[in-house]
Design a protein around this ligand. Structure first.
Ligand code: FNR
Length: 182
């Protein structure tokens, strides 16, 4: 049976390097993965007043997360933390109180940056938030991609063999690890 994996890209930018990385990871996923990209660019700013009757975009996102067996976050770093759009979807899907739909779903984390430390600080902050949301996270290997021009194209093709082998190792480990939860 197919395993539905929700892919949450922390960038809403059309030419996002993290979207390229996410597409590369999807290409390296085992054949029983059903990868479902979660749209986050049309979610309004989180507002607790709307918890009980959320806008359609929020309901759609919640349904996607509820249907997923596992999560894969692929995110940039913004000002040494996770991007606003990513924190926003984490907040929406965690509420109303007592109905946190993230809970118990195993998550992998990866990120790409044009900077030298490749999203390490953003990922540390994300792990902290996910811990509170009762989301177990894969510890190793950590995926901090220092993105150089042409490393991954818009279809997810990887030009560097070492990077490709490393991402394949990550994907294999992630696929085996989430089996412990499903
Ligand atoms: C950045 N960038 C960045 N990079 C980094 O390594 N650490 C950081 O703290 C930041 N901060 C930051 C803030 C803001 C507001 C922007 C727009 C950018 C640079 C970042 O790595 C680069 O823009 C990537 O291309 C972002 O990823 P996407 O959107 O292409 O996936």
């Amino acid at each position: 049976m197919a395993r539905t994996v929700a892919i949450i890209v922390g960038s809403v930018r059309k030419d996002s390097i993290n979207l390229k990385l996410a597409k590369a990871l999807v290409k390296l996923a085992p054949s029983d993965f059903d990868c479902d990209f979660v749209r986050i660019d049309d979610l309004p700013v989180y507002n607790q007043d709307l918890d009980r009757s959320p806008p359609e975009s929020v309901s759609r996102t919640k349904s996607q997360i509820a249907a997923a067996k596992a999560l894969l976050f692929v995110t940039p770093e913004h000002n040494r933390s996770l991007p606003t759009a990513l924190k926003n979807v984490l907040d929406w899907v965690s509420r109303p109180y007592g109905k946190n739909l993230w809970a118990g779903k195993p998550a992998g984390i990866a990120g790409a940056s044009i900077g030298a430390i490749g999203t390490a600080v953003a990922q540390a902050h994300l792990r902290s938030v996910l811990g509170y949301l009762d989301v177990p996270t894969l510890g190793q290997p950590e995926v901090y991609i220092h993105f150089s021009q042409g490393l991954i194209d818009e279809h997810g093709n990887i030009s560097n063999e070492t990077t490709k082998n490393f991402l394949q190792t990550f994907m294999n480990r992630y696929a085996a690890w989430i089996s412990e939860y499903n």
